[in-house]
Design a protein. Sequence first.
Length: 201
Amino acid sequence: MCLAAVKLSRAMAGQIPRPSNVETTNTGTVYHVQEDGSKVIAGSRRPDGTLRKPVRVRAGYTPLEENLYKGPEAQQRAQTRGIPGLGPSTPQPARSGYIPGMGPPEQPKAAKAKAKPKEPKPKTEAKPKAEPKAKEVKPEDPKAEVKPENRLRNLRKKLTEICSLEERGDLTEEQQQKIARKAELQEEVDELEHQLAQLNL
């Protein structure tokens, strides 16, 4: 051992009084507890041969490794623990003679006689109920709501679909019904084109 290391170890030995008790934590950290109650992590030797100084630990300090991490949800659950449905206030003493779920206990006849009968409240003039507002009448023909240009474009799409269906062989019943409407759609397209031509003039 070199002379400097020997001097350092002697100096360290003089700085720290000998421990009287040893504590080990969950993570394996060894604390030496002194007679005065202070804790010290003993000096140790690094892999390269140098010495670590002993570290004094403040009273009440717990290293981060020792602290159990609780996420925000776990902390909130711990705060709200208790009987479900029971409020944070102190419970009220139970009324004598009353069983929850049963009706209120019957009163003696004398108590019933003393009880005042309920006075009927004077009726106020009945206000006439407001008549329900008439619902907006929607036009029966949804075609009237759509702009003629959009309706024309949709009808042309339907006609092109019908033409592609005619070129196919096997057709379902729905497809045959679409093809049957071709003449009707063509008439509607002609009408819309005529209306648009008049509007553009």
